[in-house]
Design a protein around this ligand. Structure first.
Ligand SMILES: C[S@@+](CC[C@H](N)C(=O)[O-])C[C@H]1O[C@@H](n2cnc3c(N)ncnc32)[C@H](O)[C@@H]1O
Length: 175
């Protein structure tokens, strides 16, 4: 009986991780070294709402909560990182919400800022959703991967070895 339970839990963990990788990206955490750069680029102001698309184990959510943002919402569909993240942010609720939800189903018009660390195919798919749903001026910050054909607001890559972080403003020409 215990063995069956173990197998079921294992399959749920592996299955949801594989599904998340197929949908957008596997779980790879952002480098702690880059947190401050990300905070500078998201530039959260009082009363704003930030969405993190694929929040992994929720490590960035408490960082965003250090700002004056009104609402910090992370989306995750892989069970194992979600459990770690849920535990991490449990005392920061309700200002920080960590949703076990597919970000492709979220309404992006509710976000002032969107942060993501995904893959090039996911960015290609999201570009259409950004163009359809984001309000003009929504700040979109993407760690490592750019949005093809969108004009850049800023790019952080001070050295050859640094991971690039791209910032865009929706509603700009093409964006
Ligand atoms: C590269 S990791 C980034 C994790 C986190 N944002 C960070 O920077 O540390 C991408 C995350 O997106 C999640 N993911 C992939 N597709 C998703 C989807 N459709 N909805 C919600 N989360 C998704 C994966 O499970 C994974 O944890």
């Amino acid at each position: 009986m215990l063995l069956y339970l173990f197998i079921i839990i294992f399959l749920i963990i592996v299955g949801t991780a594989a599904w998340a990788s197929f949908k957008a990206a596997p779980w790879v955490p952002t480098w702690q070294y880059d947190y401050q750069k990300i905070l500078n680029l998201v530039d959260l102001k009082e009363g704003e709402t930030i969405f993190e698309l694929g929040a992994g184990d929720g490590r960035l959510l408490p960082e965003f909560a250090k700002t004056k943002a009104k609402s910090i919402i992370g989306f995750e569909i892989s069970v194992l990182p979600y459990i770690f993240g849920w535990f991490r942010v449990r005392k920061l609720k309700p200002r920080v919400q960590f949703k076990f939800e597919d970000f492709y189903k979220a309404d992006f018009s509710k976000a002032d800022v969107i942060f993501c660390f995904l893959t090039p195919p996911a960015m290609k798919k999201l570009k259409i959703k950004f163009e359809k749903e984001c309000r003009p001026g929504t700040r979109i910050i993407s760690y490592t991967f750019s949005i093809l054909d969108w004009p850049l607001a800023t790019k952080d890559k001070p050295t050859e070895k640094s991971i690039p972080i791209y910032k865009y403003l929706s509603g700009q020409k093409n964006g």
